[in-house]
Design a protein around this ligand. Structure first.
Ligand SMILES: [Zn+2]
Length: 170
């Protein structure tokens, strides 16, 4: 599997934002990293770090151990990145996007859409008829969309994602 750094970072931004990428970079080539050390390095609070780690945990990206601080009496967590799982995450997110586009494609194929020239709303022809083809937001006349153009655009998006997917798994 060939994962570029760009793909990894894109996936992490999607689940945990830019700060997630910062945490990822600190954890990347290390094991059992003290959470306080991460917070100090990134100038974030321990709560911010724990929130990001929580998001990572949702995707099994992290294994953690904890030790009791004898003096202070609380637990300190140590984190290790689960690198194999990052590959799965990238593929999972791509697959999810492909499925969303496929559903969208089905919907586009099954209906004729009308939209407001000011982009307030888009309705199926049935709903547009109920509104006498008028935009409920700005009162403009709704215009029929170019169905073929929409479908071509979605198909192109699916093709691109599928190519990326194949490239990663090749
Ligand atoms: Zn409008």
């Amino acid at each position: 599997m060939k994962l570029s750094q760009k793909l990894v970072e894109e996936a992490i931004i999607e689940i945990a934002g830019r700060e997630g990428v910062m945490v990822y970079k600190v954890l990347k080539d290390k094991e059992n990293v003290n959470e306080f050390l991460i917070a100090e390095k990134l100038k974030l609070t321990i709560n911010q770090i724990r929130n990001i780690i929580y998001k990572f945990e949702q995707y099994n990206l992290i294994t953690s151990t904890r030790k009791k601080d004898r003096k202070k009496g609380w637990y300190i967590y140590f984190f290790t990145l689960n690198k194999k799982q990052i590959e799965d995450l990238v593929l999972q997110l791509k697959k999810k996007k492909i499925n969303i586009l496929k559903k969208q494609l089905e919907r586009e194929g099954a209906h004729d859409f009308y939209s407001c020239p000011n982009k307030c709303m888009r309705l199926t022809i049935e709903n547009a008829m109920e509104h006498q083809f008028m935009c409920a937001e700005c009162g403009s006349l709704l215009e029929p969309e170019d169905k073929e153009k929409n479908i071509t655009k979605i198909k192109k998006g699916i093709k691109e994602l599928e190519e990326e997917f194949t490239k990663i798994t090749a």
